[in-house]
Structure formats: structure tokens, C-alpha cells
Design a protein around this ligand. Structure first.
Ligand SMILES: NC(=O)c1ccc[n+]([C@@H]2O[C@H](COP(=O)([O-])OP(=O)(O)OC[C@H]3O[C@@H](n4cnc5c(N)ncnc54)[C@H](O)[C@@H]3O)[C@@H](O)[C@H]2O)c1
Length: 321
């Protein structure tokens, strides 16, 4: 008997790449996708996967426990990627809490009740907040989120650890850096930054960049993040939290140079004074624990990943030319 996998939030950027990898996995018999919104971009993300007889897609809201439990029946490994991101300050904090924290509780409770073997849930580097200076975040450090989004992910982590420890359900949690690659959406500031730079070069326009380009961020390729989910599901250890990143940062200027080189653009970026004084700088996460315990290394070089993203954005722009 093969594996019956369930991907909650399977229409997401990361979730849809994970679905593609599970479909290609000969050990997996079925892939059940549960997602709340099948918007045009979500449908496009899953266009290839739904051709597989392994895949079933259900519309469902993780805030609705009864509906969720019923859709999860018959699955034995659950990847939880559904969530809402980085909406602090927009009056959406309660909604974010209800989806990310209450929703995660529902996923874990349904999984425990149904006898699911393991849940792998998505967290974020946002749990760490920002520490001035050159810090390398280790998983053992105490989370100090600076946003409600980060706090919802701390709650996700705490719930997962509690269920693994005392409820008879295995869990692992993954803290991602900034994820980029094909199917990147426009729901986070960091996503907007990289998509807009690429779109500007592809349209032969000048990219306008807030700040002086010195901001450093940790970028991790979406295909690597999907692979980390499978590694966390299949590994012998559970009840753990793992950073999923490269352990390195790149500045916005480096990103711009790479995108410019690959697109062959002759445009020069314009660096402008930021609209808000906040400097979007992220500390870097240590990649050592994931490598030692999961055998996972984020191996896609930034040049290669940005190349894949450029191809994706080029194809999206072409019909309108
Ligand atoms: N993209 C990143 O850089 C990044 C970084 C760190 C962590 N994460 C986390 O990884 C996960 C996936 O991220 P992504 O960028 O692929 O996200 P995404 O925004 O593409 O997808 C989130 C998915 O969750 C679904 N969803 C939202 N509310 C729901 C609800 N109430 N019930 C069911 N489904 C619901 C959405 O329809 C969407 O398909 C999220 O939990 C996110 O917080 C992402």
C-alpha cells in the first residue's frame, strides 16, 4: 500500500510545487488537495497536477473543523501550508490569527482524531523578529516575533510541538526564509520586490527600488522548500522545528544584477528613498540542523532559481504583448 498524502493549502505557491513532487513520487498513491480559494492563479498553479489520476482537489476552509475533518479522511500524511501572510497594519490581524493559529489547531485536532501518522506544518523566519547586528538564528533561540504574522507562526509551532509530545500525533515544523521561484504571488513585500524587478527588466523598463539596495535577505528556492517538506515527513525525527534556508543572504543589489544579466536588459535600476523608514532587513537562519537531522540542503543557486522565475514571469507577460 502506498502513501495517501494530503496537502492543505495545496494551491499555494509552495504547496503546488510540493503537490508536483508528490505526484512524481512512486511511493505516493493519492494526493488530496484542500484549499479555500481557487482563484485563477491557484488554478494555474495546479493545472498540470490535476491531470494526474492521483490528485483530488477539494475546496475547504481550515477554520471549519467539521468540513476539514471530513475532507482529510483516508489520508496518512498531512502537509499544512494554508495560511495568510504579512498583513500586519491592515486591520487583518484577527483574520490572520483565525486562519493561521485556530486553523492549525483544527488541522492538528482532525489529524489526531483520524489517526494521521504525521503533520508537517509551515512556519517562517518571522518568528525570530529582527536582532541588530550579524546574527545567525539557531532553532534553539527564543522566538521574539515583531509582527502578528510572526506570532501566529509561533502559535503554530507551539501547537505542533504539544501535539507531538502528548497527543500521539507526530509533527515537524519548518521555518522558511523568503521563498521565491515560479508561481511567486504578490502577497508579501519581499515577493513584490523580486517580481517587480524581473517584470521591469522584461518590459524593458527601469526598476524602481526603495532603499539603497544594501538590504540583505535570505532567499530560498521554492522547489527546495517543497523538498524540505517531504524530508521532514519521511525523517525518523519528529516534534522538531527546522530552519529551511540557505544560511546565506544576498543584497537587493545582487538580486538586481542577477536579474539584469539573465534578462539581458540594458536598464539601470533607480534607488529611491523608502516610502516608510523601515528597512526590510532579515537576519539569516542557520541551515545546520536541517542538514544534520533531515539530510536537507537548499541546493538551488540564486542564479538558477531566478532564471526559473524569469522564465515563469516571461511566459505570464507574453500574451499581453
Ligand atoms: N512565501 C514565503 O516567502 C513564505 C515564507 C515563510 C513562510 N511561508 C508560509 O508557507 C505557507 C505557504 O506559503 P505560500 O507563499 O505558498 O502561500 P500562498 O499565499 O501562495 O498560499 C496560502 C494558501 O493558503 C490558502 N488559504 C488561505 N486561507 C485559507 C483557509 N482559511 N482555509 C484553507 N486554505 C486557506 C490560500 O488559498 C492559499 O492557497 C504559508 O503558511 C506561509 O505563511 C511562506
Amino acid at each position: 500500500m502506498g502513501i495517501n498524502a494530503c496537502v492543505i493549502g495545496g494551491g499555494s505557491m509552495i504547496g503546488s510545487h510540493l503537490v508536483d513532487q508528490l505526484v512524481a513520487d512512486s511511493e505516493v498513491d493519492t494526493v488530496t488537495i484542500i484549499d479555500a480559494v481557487f482563484a485563477p492563479d491557484t488554478q494555474a498553479n495546479l493545472a498540470k497536477a490535476v491531470e494526474s489520476p492521483k490528485v483530488t482537489v477539494h475546496e475547504g476552509d481550515i477554520r471549519n473543523y467539521d468540513q476539514l475533518r471530513s475532507l482529510m479522511q483516508g489520508t496518512d500524511e498531512v502537509y499544512h501550508l494554508a495560511g495568510v501572510m504579512s498583513l500586519d497594519g491592515l486591520g487583518k490581524e484577527r483574520w490572520m490569527w483565525e486562519v493561521n493559529a485556530d486553523g492549525c489547531f483544527n488541522v492538528l485536532e482532525a489529524a489526531r482524531d483520524l489517526g494521521v501518522r504525521r503533520v508537517v506544518a509551515s512556519s517562517s523566519a518571522a518568528v525570530y523578529g529582527e536582532i541588530p547586528g550579524d546574527s545567525l538564528f539557531e532553532e534553539s533561540g527564543y522566538p521574539r516575533p515583531r509582527t502578528v504574522y510572526g506570532a501566529t507562526k509561533v502559535a503554530t509551532e507551539a501547537l505542533c510541538i504539544a501535539y507531538d509530545g502528548s497527543m500521539g500525533l507526530e509533527t515537524n515544523v519548518l521555518r522558511y526564509g523568503i521563498v521565491y521561484g515560479p508561481r511567486l504571488h504578490r502577497r508579501a513585500k519581499s515577493s513584490l520586490l523580486v517580481s517587480d524587478i524581473i517584470d521591469a527588466f522584461l518590459r524593458d523598463e527601469q526598476p524602481i527600488i526603495q532603499g539603497d539596495g544594501s538590504e540583505e535577505m535570505e532567499w530560498v528556492y521554492v522547489g527546495d522548500v517543497a523538498r524540505a517538506n517531504i524530508a521532514a515527513m519521511r525523517s525518523e525525527c519528529s516534534g522538531e522545528v527546522f530552519n529551511v534556508g540557505t544560511g546565506r543572504s544576498n543584497s537587493t543589489r545582487e538580486l538586481v544584477e542577477i536579474a539584469k544579466r539573465i534578462t539581458g536588459s540594458t536598464q539601470e535600476p533607480k534607488y529611491v528613498k523608502p516610502e516608510t523608514p523601515h528597512k526590510f532587513t532579515q537576519n539569516i537562519m542557520s541551515a545546520t540542523k536541517a542538514e544534520k537531522r533531515l539530510g536537507f540542503v537548499a541546493e538551488t543557486p540564486l542564479e538558477v532559481g531566478i532564471g526559473h522565475q524569469i522564465e515563469f514571469q516571461r511566459a505570464r507577460l507574453e500574451p499581453t504583448r
